[in-house]
Design a protein. Structure first.
Length: 291
């Protein structure tokens, strides 16, 4: 058994397929398959079921992977500590950003900050709801920018800004309506953004009970569907303010559908040490540089 084999299994589980894991690890798919096969043959166990289109962990595989995750996490913590000790400055900082965050504001802050730290590479992941925190728990990112976490963990978090979620609909879709009601909305698709979490509990937020729905995985695609009159849904105000001003979209409120002010936090794993760049980034965010 090797660390490389454990990292391969971890990538397959997280990415959802052997091919996606190969792309993530920058390896060939046959080498990924061989690494798993050798481990299975060494211990005479089946870690993955190949009966379906996507590989899934067997009962033995789930037990094995739960233990493997502990070793992988400790390895990554040791790797990060060694890198900080040897170089002083982090070579990379990984950030996951929740889709409901004021993205333009967050990106401006990150651009300004990392322009002063050219030796540290910024890697961004855009996630939805619980998926943002899951990336942090799994060690895929160093920082999450997200609404308040809904899971218990060793988090250190600070409130950094606010965002407003409003419900909008294509103006063309309601041109003959005197007033938009919940009954009217239930007769049209609510466009829902799917939670990108793979393991931890998913969140359904702002869903109108009894409504028809279309589920998408990208905030930009959700906006486009609403713009094209294929349904209605909640979007960050900053993302649609121009369309509201030009009357392409109309803001709606009903008895059950209301605007929501959402507090946005910067979150990190409190059990992990911070290098100098990470520490400065954290302090700048605490000082209100984002909001």
């Amino acid at each position: 058994m090797t660390l490389e084999q454990l990292l391969t299994i971890d990538a397959i589980v997280k990415e959802g397929s052997f091919k996606a894991a190969a792309d993530y690890l920058h390896k060939s798919q046959p080498s990924i398959s061989m690494a798993v096969k050798k481990l299975e043959e060494e211990y005479q166990i089946n870690l993955f079921s190949r009966d379906e289109y996507r590989p899934s962990l067997t009962a033995d595989g789930r037990v094995f992977y739960d233990k493997a995750k502990l070793l992988i996490r400790e390895f990554r913590e040791l790797e990060a500590l060694a890198e900080q000790m040897s170089k002083g400055v982090e070579s990379e900082i990984r950030v996951s950003i929740d889709a409901v965050s004021p993205v333009s504001l967050v990106l401006k802050f990150l651009k300004d900050f990392f322009s002063k730290h050219p030796a540290t590479r910024l890697t961004l992941k855009f996630e939805v709801l619980s998926g943002t925190i899951e990336r942090l728990i799994d060690g895929d990112v160093n920082i999450a920018i997200t609404p308040k976490p809904q899971v218990e963990y060793t988090f250190d978090s600070r409130s950094i800004t606010m965002t407003k979620m409003i419900t909008v609909i294509s103006t063309q879709l309601i041109k003959d309506e005197e007033k938009v009601t919940d009954v009217f909305l239930r007769s049209h698709n609510q466009i829902i953004l799917a939670d990108s979490a793979r393991r931890i509990a998913k969140i359904n937020s702002g869903v109108l009970a009894g409504s028809k729905s279309l589920t998408v995985t990208d905030m930009g695609f959700k906006k486009e569907l609403i713009m094209q009159g294929l349904g209605w849904g909640g979007l960050p105000y900053g993302l649609v303010k121009d369309e509201l001003a030009s009357k392409k979209l109309t803001r709606i409120e009903t008895a059950l559908i209301k605007d929501r002010d959402i507090e946005i936090f910067i979150v990190r794993d409190a059990s992990k040490p911070m290098g100098p760049v990470m520490k400065e980034l954290w302090e700048r965010a605490e000082e209100g540089a984002i909001g």
